[in-house]
Design a protein around this ligand. Structure first.
Ligand SMILES: [Zn+2]
Length: 468
């Protein structure tokens, strides 16, 4: 592969790439040959950088869990589990709108830097934010420091569904939420690196008024961005939303102008047949996060066959990590679970092949973010975003398909090198732009400071990594 500046110039057999390099050097278009850097990627898998269109910055919430017991035996049932407690979720989600006020902008940036570093470290070169609890400007600053591509958002909610009632409760002025989203869009638009974009999002179908939904559509059109929300995520969602908002989520979105090919519908697995046809007809992008569902007790893969049916019908489907307070799997783990999980449900080893999982984690995901003209595949003319996986060890001996082995017995920790726009950001698993120890120490310090101010317990199981 030959990279000139931030773009791929040639990909192919060494002789062909060398010929392109020589021609570029002669014509002067390849730049100064004295500044050529060569990375030896023999014994490496060379993959397009992973594109993660559904992520949240919420690492500050890990401070709340510092006193978590070592034993998991007394863990409660999650509100996402057993079909979903939509009333509890809508209250939790609405409370997150003002969560950033618990921390200083500096602490928020420390959390966001560590969260984005964890993504980059696991091979993600582009994230799509479906609502973060960070201070918006802190998130932009952190993305700039870490250097990966990001379509950033704010946590948007102006309503909730209280138990025992029949209509939603408005929690804040839709215009105030829209103003904050637009402020973030303008900050992203003003970024000169070319790596940061804005993406208006709504957190959940049970958390937005008609006014907020229509305003978000207007912002997406005005700024020419995708728009994202969690939709059709849980079996109990449709009934509650119909009761509190008058229509089921998909029909409501159709009426409000949200059901278009700009929409990234996250987890979208539960819809009736008519809604399913509406989603397909509108060319809505579906992104699912299979490595996350077991953690929260969601049945997104097994509960309906809609995601693979959609994939088979040619609908655009991608993979993503989602986000939570604790460390979450990276894109390699999402690929593994998509490959093995869907095939198990379908009793069919061809339902989602390893190469299909890779497509869902790269080109199709870039398509959802409306960025596939620039990223998502390794082709001449595209931006040089790539990941090198070292395959020179026992696992790959006499193996014809290294991608399969990487997904089966490898994972995020095996990412060796990450390149974004021709710039090497990770080499040998270590960041090149900043000191990893400093970013870790800032995160740990911010977590303890936040926990102390909030009065949260800070006991940790012995042996856990609490200090840098
Ligand atoms: Zn999410």
């Amino acid at each position: 592969m030959l990279i000139d500046g931030e773009r791929i110039l040639a990909v192919g057999p060494v002789a062909e790439v060398r010929a392109t390099a020589d021609a570029a050097s002669r014509s002067g278009s390849g730049g100064d040959t004295r500044s050529v850097t060569t990375l030896d990627a023999r014994q490496c898998l060379i993959l397009p950088g992973f594109v993660n269109p559904h992520w949240h910055e919420g690492l500050a919430r890990r401070a709340q869990a510092l006193g978590m017991p070592l034993s998991d035996h007394a863990d409660p049932v999650s509100p996402f589990a057993r079909g979903g407690d939509i009333h509890a979720l809508s209250q939790n989600f609405d409370a997150l709108y003002s969560w950033h006020e618990k921390m200083t902008p500096q602490e928020s940036e420390a959390f966001a830097r560590y969260a984005l570093w964890a993504q980059l470290r696991s091979g993600t070169t582009t994230v799509g934010d479906v609502g973060s609890v960070a201070w918006p400007e802190a998130l932009v600053g952190a993305a700039r420091t870490v250097g990966l591509r990001a379509a950033l958002s704010v946590w948007a909610s102006d309503a909730l569904c209280l138990p025992g009632e029949t209509a939603f409760t408005r929690t804040r002025d839709a215009d105030a939420v829209l103003a904050r989203i637009e402020e973030q869009l303008l900050a992203c638009g003003a970024d000169g690196t070319g790596r940061i974009r804005g993406m208006p999002s709504a957190v959940y179908t049970a958390n937005l008024s008609d006014e907020l939904a229509e305003g978000i559509v207007a912002l997406a059109l005005r700024h020419d961005t995708p728009v994202a929300t969690h939709l059709g995520a849980l079996p109990n969602e449709s009934g509650v939303v119909r009761e509190y908002f008058g229509r089921t989520p998909v029909r409501r979105f159709a009426e409000l102008g949200l059901l278009t090919d700009r929409l990234i519908a996250v987890h979208c697995a539960y819809a009736d047949l008519e809604e399913w046809a509406m989603l397909r007809g509108a060319r809505v992008h579906i992104s699912h996060s299979p490595a996350k569902y077991g953690l929260s007790g969601e049945s997104t893969i097994s509960g309906s066959r809609m995601i693979v049916e959609s994939w088979r019908a040619g609908q655009r489907v991608s993979l993503s990590t989602d986000g939570e307070a604790q460390q979450i799997g990276g894109m390699p783990e999402a690929m593994r679970q998509a490959w093995l999980g869907h095939n198990e449900i379908w009793a069919d080893n061809t339902a989602v092949r390893p190469s299909d999982a890779l497509l869902m984690a790269t080109r199709f995901a870039a398509d959802g973010l409306r960025w596939s003209d620039q990223i998502g595949s390794l082709e001449p003319g595209k931006l040089a975003d790539l990941v090198l996986i070292d395959t020179d060890d026992w696992r790959y001996t006499l193996c014809a398909r290294p991608l399969e082995i990487f997904l089966k017995v490898g994972g995020s920790a095996d990412v060796d090198t990450v390149i974004v726009g021709g710039e090497v950001l990770v080499r040998g698993g270590r960041p090149t732009r900043f000191e990893e120890e400093q970013v870790t120490a800032d995160f740990v310090t911010a977590a303890y400071a936040l926990a102390k101010r909030q009065g949260w317990p800070v006991d940790r199981p012995s042996g856990a990594r609490t200090h840098a």
